[in-house]
Design a protein around this ligand. Structure first.
Ligand code: E4P
Length: 223
């Protein structure tokens, strides 16, 4: 399973990439808006992200009409070969997905909340599909059961679109995604950090080092 960071924050991306565990990035207009402070503008921000990340970087269109989405997608794609264009799961979005597939631009269908939507967007040609598990949990539904349904249906019909589990809130979402067989999880940096933390690791390391400190230094010379 691939790990994407769901952030547009350069420091988080730089740090995550240095850990060797970031396969790609997803952004959305909310995440981008948080980073455009002071001198920072959209082009500068995206260029910095693309300089750091070799894998897919999703950038979202903000138009609502399919022809405008397509024009926006073409402009975004010019920023980098690894740009994937995020398209909202609407009827206009379907029309855009179809044409973008025909002209060879990779897409990520975003704001997917049902199996029927997940089937429609791949029919139209989406490369990646992003079901939002946390936002389903927020309204009392079971986000992960949607991932199970999509995995089963895609496997039933040999559908190759990649499932990106989105709107991840905690490491349990990541664990369950891996057990279900999702292709990718995209998570905030905070969740990414938590994947590495375990109190027994900290406790064990402390005990090893405390015991090591008790040894007479003279006994530890290597030469
Ligand atoms: C996915 O690509 C979205 O950017 C994201 O996962 C939304 O998550 P949120 O519900 O935490 O805003």
């Amino acid at each position: 399973m691939k790990f994407f960071l769901d952030t547009a924050n350069i420091e988080e991306i730089r740090e995550g990439v240095s850990w060797g565990a970031v396969d790609g990035i997803t952004t959305n207009p909310t995440l981008i808006s948080k980073e455009l402070k002071g001198e920072m503008n959209f082009r500068k921000l995206v260029t910095s992200i693309l300089d750091l990340v070799k894998g897919p970087v999703s950038l979202e269109v903000t138009s609502l009409k399919h022809d405008e989405m397509i024009e926006e997608a073409k402009r975004l794609k010019k920023l980098g070969d690894n740009v994937v264009v995020k398209i909202p799961t609407t009827v206009e979005g379907l029309k855009a997905l179809k044409i973008l597939k025909e002209i060879g631009i990779e897409t990520n269908a975003t704001l997917v909340f049902s199996l029927s939507q997940a089937l429609m967007v791949v029919k139209a040609g989406a490369t990646y599909v992003s079901p939002f598990v946390g936002r389903l949990d927020d309204i009392g539904e079971d986000g992960m059961s949607l991932i199970e349904d999509i995995r089963t249906a895609y496997d039933n019909y040999g559908i190759n679109a990649k499932i990106i589990v989105a709107s991840i809130r905690h490491p349990v979402h990541v664990r369950e995604s891996a057990l279900i067989g999702a292709d990718i999880v995209t998570m905030p940096f905070d969740v990414f950090k938590k994947l590495m933390s375990h109190p027994k690791t900290d406790e064990g390391l402390k005990r090893f080092l405390d015991d090591w400190d008790k040894i007479d230094r003279g006994k530890l010379r290597l030469e």
